[in-house]
Design a protein around this ligand. Structure first.
Ligand code: F6P
Length: 402
């Protein structure tokens, strides 16, 4: 298809698409949404302007490989008939990786340049990059540095990408979390227990907030707020007194200690933790506490395990009640793609094609109200947190209403 890019006419015939970062529901829907529009456009385009979509496998890693030696590990021609039903499932048919093209080591080895050379070797005229802020940011940088037509689509179950009111992947993660909480509820009720349920979401509390409220959690703890364990203990005791069981949802980004917290809270938490660590019953908690924290190639700290501290502290500091800790982990971002993510993903894929037709490059689609608007890839950033004056903040703890 002939389009205008940077004031020149170009003929886009081969479009590349890749998925980067953590997988989630909706990736496949974006791919299908875009491929549908390509097929439809091909029906009325002259032969020399017809397009095809090729998947680049395992995210940015594909472009760091050697096409002469391992082409089958790099590209895959996408035919609608083969993939059209994939939009109903989570994950990514293109596979993913957390490859950072702009890490120090990759910059020293001229990997961004190699990636661009590879795009040329693969005869790719335009690239669509589906991912979170790190992946989209890399697309923006590459597109600008090498004047290459790029598009993005904002994914992540965390719902924390700037420029869109919702990322795809979020709603399915919430649905799966609610399902998990509801399953836990019947066993908690049957055994008069308190369950601490930890949910992914990085430093944004969207998943925990929505899942906690929709799952009727008695207490929901978010990274955006100051954690006060004394208050949590009071809420849990209130729930137990009223209904003999309790569910505490905790977002993985919640911290026991933080420089944002008043000193007295940090000190109080330290004392509580010390009593846990000193108790041989919690040797595993101690061991995990002392383990060095891992980071991914973008420098993001690997989270997970805060729920276990909260579990141990609650068990140690309340009497006569049984506690259990459940970390939902990655299960909530896998499985089925729920309806909202199917539609949102298909809309984003459809929108990318419209942007291309309108000669609007270097953008990703963002949801604004019920409209899809183009957002500049160079402006993307993470850290879209739940605002503390959000209506949901006041509604999130069922125990506050007993
Ligand atoms: O960013 C999406 C996410 O699922 C986060 O919620 C979580 O902290 C992280 O990915 C887990 O990363 P990985 O799949 O690399 O363990």
């Amino acid at each position: 298809m002939k389009v205008k890019y940077e004031d020149k006419e170009i003929n886009i015939k081969r479009i590349g698409i890749l998925t980067g970062g953590g997988d989630c529901a909706g990736h496949n829907a974006v791919i299908v949404g875009l491929l549908r529009r390509i097929n439809q456009a091909n029906l009325s385009l002259p032969k020399n302007e017809q397009m095809e979509l090729v998947g680049l496998l395992e995210g940015w890693k594909s472009l760091t490989r050697d096409p002469e030696k391992e082409l089958d590990k790099i590209v895959k021609l996408l035919k609608l008939i083969d993939i059209e039903e994939s939009f109903t499932v989570a994950g990514t048919i293109l596979k993913s990786s957390r490859t950072n093209l702009f890490s120090k080591a990759n910059l020293d080895a001229n990997i961004p340049e190699k990636a661009m050379e590879n795009l040329k070797k693969l005869k790719i005229d335009c690239l669509c990059v589906l991912g979170g802020d790190d992946t989209l940011g890399a697309a923006g940088k590459l597109g600008q540095q090498y004047a290459f037509p790029m598009f993005g689509a904002p994914k992540t179950m965390d719902n924390d990408v700037y420029g869109t009111e919702m990322t795809y992947g979020f709603e399915s993660a919430v649905e799966e979390s609610v399902h998990f909480i509801e399953n836990i509820r019947t066993t908690a009720e049957s055994h008069n227990r308190c369950f601490i349920v930890e949910l992914l979401g990085r430093h944004a509390g969207w998943v925990a907030m929505w899942a906690g409220i929709a799952g009727g959690a008695e207490v929901t703890l978010l990274p955006e707020e100051v954690l006060d364990l004394e208050r949590v203990i009071a809420q849990v005791e209130k729930a137990i007194a009223n209904k003999q069981h309790c569910i505490v949802v905790v977002s993985e980004g919640v911290r026991l200690f933080d420089t944002r917290y008043p000193d007295e809270i940090n000190k109080k938490h330290q004392k509580m933790l010390d009593t846990v660590i000193a108790d041989p019953k919690y040797a595993l908690v101690k061991a995990r506490h002392e383990m060095p924290k891992k980071k991914d190639s973008f420098g993001n700290e690997q989270l997970g395990g805060i729920g276990e501290y909260i579990f141990a502290i609650l068990e140690k500091h309340t009497k006569g009640f049984e506690y259990r800790y459940q970390n939902c982990g990655h299960a909530i971002r896998g499985g089925v793609a729920h309806v909202m993510d199917r539609i949102l993903g298909l809309r984003y894929g459809d929108a990318i094609f419209s942007f291309m037709k309108q000669n609007t490059f270097g953008v990703y689609p963002g949801l604004e109200g019920d409209n899809i608007v183009p957002r500049n890839l160079l402006a993307v950033k993470g850290g879209r947190f739940v605002p503390q004056d959000h209506q949901l903040f006041g509604m999130r703890n069922a125990a506050d209403y007993y």
